[in-house]
Ligand binder design. Structure first.
Ligand SMILES: Cc1cc2nc3c(=O)[nH]c(=O)nc-3n(C[C@H](O)[C@H](O)[C@H](O)COP(=O)(O)O)c2cc1C
Ligand code: SF4
Length: 424
């Protein structure tokens, strides 16, 4: 375990202050002193399929938003055919008020790099791209330095300690995005990586079969890959001793919410930041304990609990358990990025909804009519309602447009439209 278990980051307010004020990027040497790269050494001595089995047994679910089981995704790759196979690491992180991957990139870049290398070994991928949000200038520089350190210490490149992967020396490159939210959607990210406009692709084929440059590609979030490191070091049972299991008697194919998770809390709380706790922690605990409560004079009214795409928890849902089942239990889209924006008593929910609609109408790539047209309508109508010029009929129309944007499967190419209607 490279860092103190089960905390990947230790809890850090953002920007770090108080007892965390002098937190610095962990260099290669310091990371190794803290037992870093031991999981990679362990992986190097293993059969690739056995690494995948451990990740599968841990039931590690993707931390990028959709919660798809990582080990299962890895096993979708077709057999080797001698050609290149890619890993794309999703650090686009453009969901408003989501900043957990930024903090990992800044403070623990070698944890991420170790997770990347383990994934490459497990899935026999020879080339990895770290796709980082264009606005993360400072973090990009930090990560490029960390990549250089990893090359200098034989993690990647010719004579890599991993040996040839898929008959090629493994390489890791950094690719910057150019500021489009949609490029976080995995197939838009691939288009952008290929130098094209970031338009989501129709699936199937899924990226594991035909991804970057038409070749098999695994796409994982930064936090998902970081979590692979402690999973390998401590085993599946250790990981499953944290979080929320499946209900008693439920068959094994019902997904559970095991393990620790990063939660990013912003809004009028005393100590906003990224905190690690077990899945299932309540929103109230995150606000009251980790963030030391609301700032004086502000009361909790509601929260975008997992990024604005996931919907809203209301005042009565302050004690909602933050796990992958939150959507089913509290009528929203899901846990998303688990980065909650806290809304205080004196902020208008109409204004919040209008602001979200503005964001989505701007960020829609425009390929699908319900998303391109619906988003704009929602924004215009909410602007009118906020100005006091709405009618009761507007409310029905709002709901009608919102439900036509995402509730019917197959109406749009990607999930942006679905996320766009939840605020309404
Ligand atoms: C509009 C949209 C934006 C997204 N943005 C991100 C993002 O910034 N980072 C991310 O990891 N996943 C994002 N996703 C989810 C990815 O498509 C994909 O599910 C994820 O990167 C897979 O990694 P994981 O399985 O490790 O979670 C987004 C999805 C949609 C529909
Ligand atoms: S749903 Fe919206 S963002 Fe996604 S592909 Fe369609 S138009 Fe583009």
């Amino acid at each position: 375990m490279p860092l103190e278990s089960p905390i990947l980051l230790k809890n850090i307010p953002t920007p770090p202050w108080g007892e965390f004020a002098d937190r610095k990027t962990l260099s290669y040497d310091d990371y190794v002193k803290a037992d870093g790269y031991k999981s990679l050494d362990q992986a190097i001595g293993m059969e690739p399929k056995d690494i995948v089995e451990i990740v599968k047994a841990a039931e590690l679910r993707g931390r990028g938003g959709a919660g798809f089981p990582a080990g299962m995704k890895w096993s979708f790759l077709p057999p080797q055919d001698g050609g290149q196979r890619f890993l794309a690491i999703n650090c686009d992180e453009s969901e408003p008020a989501t900043f957990k991957d930024q903090v990992l990139t800044e403070f623990d870049p070698h944890l991420i790099i170790e997770g990347i290398a383990i994934c490459m070994k497990a899935c026999q991928l020879d080339t990895a791209y770290y796709y980082i949000r264009g606005e993360y200038h400072h973090h990009r520089v930090i990560f490029e330095n960390a990549i250089a350190e990893a090359y200098a210490n034989g993690v990647f490149g010719e004579n890599s300690r991993m040996g040839k992967v898929n008959e090629r020396w493994p390489n890791l490159y950094l690719q910057r995005g150019a500021g489009a939210y949609i490029c976080g959607e995995e197939t838009a990210l691939l288009e952008s990586l290929e130098g094209k406009r970031g338009w989501p692709r129709i699936k199937p084929p899924f990226p594991a079969v035909a991804g970057a440059f038409g070749r098999p590609t695994i796409i994982n979030n930064v936090e998902t890959l970081s979590m692979v490191v402690p999973v390998l070091a401590n085993g599946a049972d250790w990981f499953k001793s944290m979080g929320v299991g499946r209900p008693e008697g439920a068959p094994p194919n019902v997904p559970a919410s095991f393990g620790p998770k990063l939660f990013g809390i912003s809004g009028p709380v005393q100590r906003p930041g990224v905190y690690e706790d077990n899945l299932g922690v309540t929103l109230k605990t995150l606000v009251e304990d980790h963030c030391k409560g609301m700032i004086p004079g502000k009361q909790f009214k509601a929260a975008f609990h997992g990024g604005i795409s996931m919907g809203v928890l209301d005042t009565t849902e302050y004690e909602a358990e933050m796990d992958f089942d939150i959507g089913k239990k509290y009528n929203n889209l899901g846990l998303g990025t688990a980065c909650a924006t806290i809304i205080p008593h004196d902020v208008s929910m109409v204004a919040m909804a209008r602001n979200c609609a503005r964001f989505y109408s701007h960020e829609s790539c425009g390929q699908c009519t319900p998303c391109r047209e619906g988003g704009n309508w929602l924004y215009k109508m909410l602007t009118r309602i906020e100005a006091g010029d709405g009618t009761m009929k507007d409310l029905d129309l709002l709901l009608e447009i919102a439900s036509s944007m995402g509730s019917m499967p197959g109406t749009t190419i990607c999930g942006l439209a679905d996320g766009a209607n939840w605020a309404v």
